[in-house]
Design a binder for this molecule. Structure first.
Ligand code: HEC
Length: 122
């Protein structure tokens, strides 16, 4: 009986923990992908970090985007080739993995005033 309990505790510990670790790892990687994309594709106009002003004053700072849009909606805009009718902003076409990355990155730099709905579950 004890041995059995011990075994399931072991199984749970060895099974569940890596899953969480892998999630956090995936999340970090996604953010990294997004950060690199933002640096190479967006930083010429947008302030991409938590602070700073956009080089192009018309371009919203990434840290405030969630105040204008639910970030989830942006995923769709990105996948459809952002963004029709937005002035000087060039059109981009991204792979799903890159889009996830950008959204994860944008989420990671949102300022304290974010007003998007909190996601209850993943
Ligand atoms: C050449 C300059 C430029 C680059 C490069 C650029 N943007 Fe923009 N972006 C703008 C400008 C200017 C606006 C504001 C347009 C407006 O409000 O009409 C804008 C607006 C946006 C918006 C808000 C759209 C809206 O409807 O208000 C998002 C989201 C955005 N950019 C994301 C990005 C991302 C992500 C990248 C990189 C992949 C990027 N931008 C690269 C200039 C740029």
């Amino acid at each position: 009986m004890m041995a059995r309990l011990g075994l399931s505790a072991f199984l749970i510990a060895s099974f569940v923990t890596p899953v969480f670790a892998a999630d956090a790892q995936t999340q970090r990687q996604a953010i990294e992908v997004g950060r690199n994309l933002a640096k190479s594709h967006c930083a010429t106009c947008h302030a991409i970090g938590k602070r700073g002003q956009s080089p192009n004053p018309q371009a919203p700072r990434f840290a405030t985007l969630a105040q204008r849009y639910p970030l989830d909606n942006l995923a769709e805009a990105f996948s459809e080739g952002i963004l029709v009718g937005h002035g000087p902003m060039p059109e981009f076409q991204f792979e799903p993995g890159q889009i996830d990355g950008l959204i994860a990155y944008l989420r990671s730099v949102q300022g304290p005033m974010k007003r998007t709905k909190r996601r209850t579950s993943k």
